[in-house]
Design a protein. Structure first.
Length: 298
């Protein structure tokens, strides 16, 4: 009997020790599983790089014509400071391109001008099949506030903020099938349709080439929302949808004519300006939207 009790007691002690070891192992595994998330939540600084697209255009109303919006690209860097597990403040820098095309089947205008002999007249012009391609390159400085659920390895997030955009390069290229010009001199009650060295006549296949496009600082609001996925202890990936909407008109001037008659030249070489800086357009804004991918480390 004594030997039986000893064997039974030993068996119970082994079973107890195994159970205790199992419980400790489970608790340790749970602790290690949560450590990554807890460690990540304790981090205050996050650095990230991102790319966004596909739609990025110059939006405006074009009187008598149409605007085709093209694709653009967004590349950026961002620093975020976490106030707690859910809220963070971000500051970044990004490169953004904007592309649009303007076109008229027919357009005409007139305005007062002065010729090389200082005689005043009314300059008149008609255009057919007008096409203008516009490209802008901006550096944007976004400031955002972000909220994320912070409840697992996969979080949902939403970010909202504002951007200041600074133009680093702008250009436009114009092609016109035909331009017909004339000069009406009211003091003589005469309209001249020539000679061409005075800038009067019909000009076909007009291609002035690429020219600089001046624009103002762009102020925009930005909104982004999507999913944040933790990858390892110090990395995460974001995928979401974004919208950048311009608050102000970026047109540098609204007093230029599309076909400009120079008063100090002979022979006259007509100048062709962008429709963005003409009276044909209203509310010239920068708008970008699409998908944004972001890789972060902390």
């Amino acid at each position: 009997m004594g030997l039986y009790r000893t064997i039974q007691k030993t068996h119970i002690m082994k079973k107890y020790n195994f159970s205790q070891f199992t419980v400790k192992s489970v608790m340790l595994a749970l602790a290690l599983t949560g450590f990554t998330k807890i460690y990540a939540q304790e981090e205050k600084h996050e650095f990230s790089m991102y790319a966004g697209g596909v739609f990025s255009s110059i939006y405006y109303d074009l009187e008598g014509g149409q605007v085709d919006h093209e694709h653009g690209v967004q590349l950026g860097l961002k620093y975020s400071y976490f106030l707690n597990d859910n809220w963070s403040i971000g500051l970044g820098g990004e490169y953004q391109t904007y592309n649009s095309n303007a076109r008229f089947d027919f357009a005409s205008a007139s305005y007062n001008a002065v010729d090389f002999e200082n005689d005043s007249f009314e300059f008149r012009y008609n255009m057919t099949s007008y096409r203008e391609n516009q490209k802008l390159h901006y550096v944007n400085i976004p400031v955002t506030v972000q909220f994320e659920t912070g409840d697992g390895i996969t979080d949902f997030y939403i970010a909202i903020g504002a951007k200041a955009g600074f133009a680093i390069k702008g250009e436009y290229e114009t092609t016109i099938e035909n331009v017909s010009t004339s000069g009406y001199y009211p003091q003589y009650n005469a309209e001249l349709f020539g000679p061409t060295f005075m800038g009067f006549g019909t000009f076909s296949g007009v291609r002035p080439g690429k020219q600089d496009l001046e624009t103002k600082i762009a102020w925009s609001g930005t909104l982004e929302s999507g999913v944040k996925q933790y990858v390892g202890d110090h990395n995460s990936c974001y995928i979401g949808l974004f919208l950048d909407y311009g608050f102000n008109s970026i047109a540098d001037s609204k007093e230029e004519n599309v076909v400009n008659y120079p008063a100090d030249e002979m022979p006259v070489n007509l100048k062709y300006n962008s429709v963005i800086n003409s009276s044909y357009t209203k509310d010239v804004r920068l708008i970008a939207y699409g998908i944004k991918l972001r890789y972060a480390f902390f």
